[in-house]
Write a protein that binds this ligand. Structure first.
Ligand code: HEM
Length: 205
């Protein structure tokens, strides 16, 4: 959806957007996520999507925080943590997180960190869209703190991320950023595929 927009973005942003255009299409059409934006989403679809997303944010936040802990003052990720909101939503829904069978090494340089941050911070963009849709459908009847993301701070946080990325990712590291983003999109798709297969085993209809 976003990828066809023609707004002015930095050269780094344009490269990351182009590199992840196809992998993003695979996610926004994925059978675990697409139901969230259909006309009549069901609470069970929502709980299944959150259970599957848990492992991704657990791995990615750990990998990024490990890198940032070794580079004090580089980027303040603290207000951006979303795993605890996701876990709070799952607890209210009485749904267990799905296990994740993947590993995500710590980024090896700022380029790789930027690729991961792009993927995870960018997911809040679609998350806002999903949030509004679910809020319209369910009102306050389901917990939506994960998809609510940064609320009114969303635009500002996205801009601040780009200020950081454009100032710190050298052109020589653009390929690392793109490769790391594509790799994380691939990990997400593979994990969602495995979750979808596991969730549908034993279903009769
Ligand atoms: C974990 C899964 C997902 C990831 C990692 C992800 C990642 C991203 C990224 C990186 C961007 C920023 C694109 C850019 O401007 O450069 C983005 C934007 C967007 N995504 Fe996703 N996405 C995910 C799931 C979804 C789903 C399920 C939808 C549902 C339809 C969706 C819809 C959108 C939309 C509408 C935008 C543009 C929002 C805007 O620019 O205001 N995404 N996503």
């Amino acid at each position: 959806m976003s990828e066809d927009r023609t707004d002015l973005v930095s050269p780094l942003h344009a490269q990351l957007r182009a590199a992840t255009k196809q992998p993003h299409h695979a996610l926004d059409h994925h059978p675990l996520l697409a139901p969230l934006v259909r006309a009549d989403p069901q609470q069970a679809d929502y709980a299944a999507a959150l259970a599957a997303l848990h492992g991704i944010y657990a791995l990615a936040e750990t990998a990024m925080m490990e890198f940032l802990a070794r580079h004090p003052g580089l980027f303040d990720y603290t207000p951006r943590h979303r795993l605890s909101a996701l876990e709070a939503d799952l607890a209210v829904l009485d749904k267990a997180p799905a296990p994740i069978d993947a590993t995500l090494p710590m980024p090896k340089n700022i380029g790789e960190l930027v690729g991961m941050l792009y993927t995870i911070e960018g997911s809040t963009r679609g998350g806002q869209f999903i949030y509004r849709h679910l809020q319209q459908r369910f009102g306050d009847a389901i917990p939506l703190s994960f998809f609510a993301g940064y609320g009114e701070a969303s635009e500002r946080r996205w801009e601040e991320f780009w200020q950081f990325a454009d100032a710190n990712c050298s052109q020589a590291e653009f390929p690392d950023a793109a490769q790391s983003a594509v790799q994380l999109f691939g990990l997400i798709e593979a994990h969602l595929d495995r979750c979808y297969a596991a969730f549908t085993v034993g279903r009769t209809s």
